[in-house]
Design a protein around this ligand. Structure first.
Ligand SMILES: Nc1nc2c([nH]c(=O)n2[C@H]2C[C@H](O)[C@@H](COP(=O)(O)OP(=O)(O)OP(=O)(O)O)O2)c(=O)[nH]1
Ligand SMILES: [Mg+2]
Length: 129
């Protein structure tokens, strides 16, 4: 059985816009857009991982976050559990630190971006807000 990887994911919101990054094509589910985040390490809580990943990837300090949804999804080569949080307050200006393209996108335009298949319910829920 494939081990399920727990991933902390942040939907960073400001004025009805969300900050997304483009996943490098060399990576798992590469060439698609993503919400910043990454794997929860051993001995780390999901919220610790969320804070760490958003600092490492987009250089912000999370001040407020709320659980949004959990999605378990099996890619052929990887089983993931995405623990998604809305980040509604943060310090610093989001900036991609890992060389990926990144941008603010209006919530109602999210449907124009290609995300990994597991993200479908996230995008649907955001579009219905
Ligand atoms: N960050 C992120 N990962 C996602 C999303 N949707 C989705 O299926 N994933 C999957 C892709 C990866 O298989 C997995 C973990 O993401 P990751 O590669 O960013 O993990 P990480 O930041 O710890 O990076 P690394 O150790 O692989 O370099 O979650 C999403 O919206 N954001
Ligand atoms: Mg990541």
């Amino acid at each position: 059985m494939m081990k399920r990887i727990v991933v902390a994911v942040g939907v960073v919101l400001r004025n009805h816009e969300v900050f997304i990054s483009h996943r490098d094509s060399s990576r798992h589910q590469g060439g698609k857009w993503e919400f910043p985040g990454g794997k929860v390490e051993d001995n780390e809580s999901v919220s610790d991982a969320l804070l760490r990943e958003l600092k490492e990837e987009i250089n912000i300090d999370v001040i407020s976050q709320q659980p949004f949804m959990v999605i378990e999804f099996d890619y052929p080569d990887k089983h993931v559990s995405l623990d998604i949080h809305l980040v509604t307050e943060f310090a610093g200006e989001p900036k991609q630190l890992e060389g990926q393209e990144a941008r603010w996108v209006a919530l109602q335009d999210l449907g124009n971006y290609e995300f990994p298949e597991a993200n479908k319910p996230i995008v649907e829920k955001l579009l219905s807000m």
